[in-house]
Write a protein that binds this ligand. Sequence first.
Ligand SMILES: NC(=O)C1=CN([C@@H]2O[C@H](COP(=O)(O)OP(=O)(O)OC[C@H]3O[C@@H](n4cnc5c(N)ncnc54)[C@H](O)[C@@H]3O)[C@@H](O)[C@H]2O)C=CC1
Ligand SMILES: CC(=O)[C@H](N)C(=O)O
Length: 343
Amino acid sequence: MRSAVLVETTEFELQDRPRPSPGPDDVLVAVRDVGICGSDVHYYEHGRIGDYVVEDPLVLGHESAGEVVEVGENVTDHEPGDRVALEPGVPCRRCAHCKHGDYHLCEDVRFMATPPHDGAFTEYVSWPADFAYELPDSVSTAEGALCEPLSVGIHACRRGGVGTGDTVLITGAGPIGLMVMEAARAAGATDIILTDVVEEKLDFADKRGADLTVNVTETDLEAAVDEYTDGVGADVVVEASGAEPSIQSTIDVVCRGGTVVLVGLASEAEVPFDVLEVIDNEIDVHGSFRYKNTYEAAVDLLADDEVDVEGIIDFESQLEDIDDAFRRAMEPTVVKGMISLDS
Ligand SMILES: NC(=O)C1=CN([C@@H]2O[C@H](COP(=O)(O)OP(=O)(O)OC[C@H]3O[C@@H](n4cnc5c(N)ncnc54)[C@H](O)[C@@H]3O)[C@@H](O)[C@H]2O)C=CC1
Ligand SMILES: CC(=O)[C@H](N)C(=O)O
C-alpha cells in the first residue's frame, strides 16, 4: 500500500508498505480523507513538538476517515462498506485515568502521528473497531476526518461549560478556533467574538457567522469587548492561538465569575498570568487536552446540519502531492488542507 512517510524534516517519501491485517477487535479501513493539522506541519518543519521527537520515519496524519474493507473476528458492529471516522487516540483502557473515564488523559495512549505511532497518510489503517464511528450517508468522509478538530472544539466548550445565551470569545481564528465557534454555537452561545492577527482569517470568521471579529494588532481587545458586552466581559473565553499575549489577555476580557479555557499550546511552558485577577474575579481557568467521548456528538451534529466543517477546507490534494500540500498548508491565510485517497 502507498504510504507518505516523513523521512527527514520537510521531506516525504512515498513508500510501498505491507497492508496491515486487522486484529480480532479491529477494522481495516481504506483511508479516504485526511486533514493536515498544524501539528503535522510542525513535525514536518521541525521534526519535533516539545518532548515528542521524530526519531524514525513517521507517517503523519491523525484527522482521518475512510471505508471499512475487513473486520476482525470479534467485530459485530461494523461491516465492509461502512464509512467511518477514526478517533486517533486509543488509550490503554486499564490505567487510573481510563478507569475514571478520562481516557484522553491516559499516559499510554497510542495517538496517530505522534512519535513513535504512525498516522493516516497511507492507504489502509487497522484500528480498534470501537474507535471507528460510522458515518451516515449524509456525512462525507472529509467531514468525518474533520470530526477530529471539531472534537477539540466540543471538548473545549464542554470544559468551559458553554451554554444557552452565552457570549464566547475565542482567541485565534485558525481551524481550532473556528471549530470552537461551531461547537459553541451548537451549545447555544448567542454571541461569538473571534480574534486574530491576520485580517483574512477574521474576514473568513465573519463570513462564517462570527458576531464580532477583532484584529488585535489594530484594536484594543479589552475596549472592544467592553463595548460589545456593556462592560461585563465574555462568559467564556477559549484561547485557541497559543500566542503568549493572547493567553495573558484572556483574564482581561472574561467576565467576573467567568471561565477561561486554554487550548492553544504556547511555545514556552511558562506564561506570566495575573493570578490576583483570577482570584478577585473568581475566574475558573481550565486546560483542555484533546477530547473524550466527542466523536458520536460530532457525527450527530454533522448529520443534523448543526455545524459546518467542510467550509473550512481551502484545498484538497492527492497523496502523491503531499510535499506540495504541506507547503501550501504553511501559508498564513490557509485554514485547512486535505489529502484525498482514491480507492
Ligand atoms: N489542547 C489541545 O488538545 C490542542 C491544542 N491545539 C493547539 O491549538 C492552537 C490552535 O490550533 P490551530 O487552529 O490548528 O492553529 P493555527 O496556527 O492554524 O491557528 C492559530 C491562529 O491564531 C492566530 N494568532 C496568532 N497570534 C495571535 C494573537 N496574538 N491573538 C489572536 N490570534 C493570534 C494565528 O494567526 C492563527 O490564525 C495551537 O496552539 C495548537 O497547537 C491544537 C489541537 C489540540
Ligand atoms: C496538538 C495537536 O494539534 C494534535 N491534534 C494533538 O492532539 O496532539
